[in-house]
Design a protein around this ligand. Structure first.
Ligand SMILES: C[S@@+](CC[C@H](N)C(=O)[O-])C[C@H]1O[C@@H](n2cnc3c(N)ncnc32)[C@H](O)[C@@H]1O
Length: 284
């Protein structure tokens, strides 16, 4: 069994409990050395064989993992953040499938949520944005047609933009096709690392702020007015709102919830659907 483990954004304490245990038990670890800080490798035991994937081809990585597996060693493939995002695990899983080697994926704290924590902000602010778009600008890996940044900007949702700090002027130009210049924007470089850098601004200012601060890589761009932390109060914790886990305190609020809930699509959230345990009652 090969374990793909999310290393989290950098702080060793942001590795999951399961990820930490697997690192402690591992005989061989293949890690993404360009992004995973050495501190995370501190969870491995003395004598664990470490391979930095930065200098290896896919074939070499699979060969190391397959050989260690055949020797009966516990193998961890350590990916920064969460392995399912921009981690190239798909091709590794296909190569392991071809060899009949089993694997499991242990999720990790992605850098975009670590960046939100660093600000700190809620990315899904009621009344502002209920959508987060996770995306990137094209680099050596192209972005498929219909998924270009300028097109996605038309939703005016919150955006988490990976792998794009190298061309912030271009990133901002794409976003400005739909977001106003005063839209909130932030950059978090090396979120959760000791040298974490947080820049808060707007689409008008953020590229200059980043140039001045020398931001170049390992940075997350967050965009959208949710970052202002000025959203409407949630219905979930509203005293007049009943849902499957709590009864309204205010007279008359039991079924309908607050007045602003009873219109359009929010009516279902504020009304009987949630009294019976609807989706908002199950939110965190
Ligand atoms: C190859 S992707 C890996 C993403 C990773 N799987 C994740 O879930 O965070 C690398 C990009 O992730 C972002 N990134 C990774 N670690 C970061 C961190 N600690 N702080 C800010 N951005 C980070 C940057 O945009 C970087 O260019």
């Amino acid at each position: 069994m090969i374990r793909f483990v999310g290393a989290g954004p950098g702080d060793p304490e942001l590795v999951t409990v399961k990820g930490r245990r697997l690192l402690e038990e591992a005989g061989v670890v293949v890690y993404a050395g360009s992004l995973v800080p050495k501190a995370v490798l501190g969870w491995t035991r003395d004598g664990c064989e470490l391979h930095d994937s930065a200098g290896m081809t896919l074939g070499e990585q699979v060969e190391v993992m397959a050989a260690a597996h055949a020797d009966g060693k516990a193998v961890v493939r350590l990916h920064t953040g969460d392995p399912s995002l921009y981690g190239a695990i798909g091709e590794q899983m296909r190569a392991l499938d071809a060899r009949g080697i089993e694997y499991e994926v242990v999720p990790g704290v992605s850098s975009f949520v670590a960046a939100a924590a660093a600000l700190p902000t809620e990315l899904t602010a009621p009344g502002v944005s209920q959508t987060v778009i996770v995306t990137r600008r094209p680099g050596r890996t192209p972005v498929p047609e219909g998924q270009d940044l300028a097109g996605l900007a038309a939703h005016r949702a919150t955006m988490a933009i990976f792998l794009s700090a190298g061309d912030l002027e271009g990133t901002v130009a794409d976003l400005r096709e739909h977001y106003p210049a005063g839209t909130s924007a932030a950059i978090v470089q090396r979120a959760s690392w000791p040298e974490q850098l947080v820049l808060r601004g707007t689409l008008e200012t953020i590229a200059d702020q980043a140039a001045e601060a020398g931001v170049d890589r390992t940075a997350m761009v967050l965009v959208g007015d949710a970052l202002r932390n000025e959203g409407d109060p949630s219905l979930l914790y509203h005293a007049g709102f009943t849902h499957g886990y709590r009864t309204a305190e205010e007279p008359g609020g039991a079924a309908a919830g607050p007045a602003d809930a009873v219109d359009g699509s929010d009516a279902a959230d504020g009304g009987s659907a949630d009294a019976a345990g609807g989706p908002d009652g199950e939110d965190d």
